[in-house]
Write a protein that binds this ligand. Structure first.
Ligand code: KMH
Ligand code: ZN
Length: 274
């Protein structure tokens, strides 16, 4: 099996400081936790940012500040979000792409998201794909439901993306694909030869889906964006969530990738802009 790539989703757009004091919201807090998860074994940081009130934002300069601080302290792959928060406009969501980050997420379909709808219409997908092409940013396709894989492969067929393909299965969002082993196997079977995948379980599904990712030869995403608990009733920190995945991988004799090893596996070119 390939070495395990661990992504730390440190912040997200839904969890607030009131939910957990461990959530990093300022650029300094984000960079400090990036350093902690790097030490714990993560090789990618999935990045959202917050404004001065702690609210989700896709502001280009806030991303720039956070990325510069992360890159001063770590060699992590920085993967910015183009998902942002539900209700944000495409223009708002696309802002961090112009920073030419090493990687960015691209959700390839519309999905119910709790009580709301996460909009990614077909015409919007083309607009997003054109912006990825324009800035030369490598995508991680965010797959919240099975049809989104076909949508991603259509963008590939239409020539928007070439080269290595990497997918993240986000499983267990209320309204989207349930986090079960059967569903994970079904998602994996849809992928083209040579593609890589990560699994991100939401809430209490984070731990079992991470274990399945390790066992099945995929990669794993954990972090407070997806789950704030270490176990029932006990709040987690980003570092502890990563440390636990490293321990599971160790018991199963799966080695953990460094950021540079992950770059090779995902065919990325290192980009640092400070
Ligand atoms: N916050 C969700 C609506 C991504 O980062 O690309 C979208 C999301 C996916 O978190
Ligand atoms: Zn995200």
């Amino acid at each position: 099996m390939q070495k395990l790539i661990i992504t730390a989703a440190l912040v997200g757009a839904e969890v607030m400081k009131e939910d957990t004091p461990h959530l990093p919201v300022t650029a300094d807090e984000i960079a400090a936790q990036a350093e902690e998860v790097r030490e714990a074994g993560a090789s990618i940081v999935h990045l959202h940012v917050r404004d001065e009130n702690g609210h989700p934002s896709q502001d280009r300069s806030l991303y720039q500040e956070a990325i510069e601080k992360i890159q001063k302290r770590t060699d992590l792959i920085v993967q910015v979000s183009t998902g942002g928060a539900v209700g944000m406009s495409p223009d708002e969501r696309l802002q961090p792409l112009s920073l030419r980050p090493e990687m960015a997420t691209l959700t390839t379909g519309t999905v119910n998201f709790g009580r709301e709808v996460f909009m990614n219409s077909p015409s919007q997908l083309i607009r997003f794909a054109e912006e990825f092409e324009r800035y030369g940013v490598r995508p991680e396709f965010e797959i919240f439901d099975v049809g989104m894989i076909a949508n991603a492969l259509k963008l590939v067929k239409d020539g928007y993306f070439t080269g290595h393909l990497h997918f993240d299965f986000v499983m267990g969002v209320p309204g989207a694909i349930p986090a079960t082993a059967e569903n994970l196997l079904h998602l994996i079977r849809q992928l083209p030869e040579g593609a890589t995948w990560t699994v991100a379980g939401i809430g209490r599904h984070q731990l079992p889906m991470a274990a399945l990712g390790v066992i099945l030869g995929g990669h794993v995403r954990v972090g407070l964006e997806d789950n704030i608990y270490y176990r029932k009733g006990e709040l987690a920190t980003n570092a502890r969530l990563v440390e636990r995945v490293v321990r599971i991988a160790g018991e199963l004799e799966r080695k953990v990738a460094t950021p540079d090893e992950a770059r090779q596996m995902l065919h990325l070119t290192k980009s640092r802009f400070y």
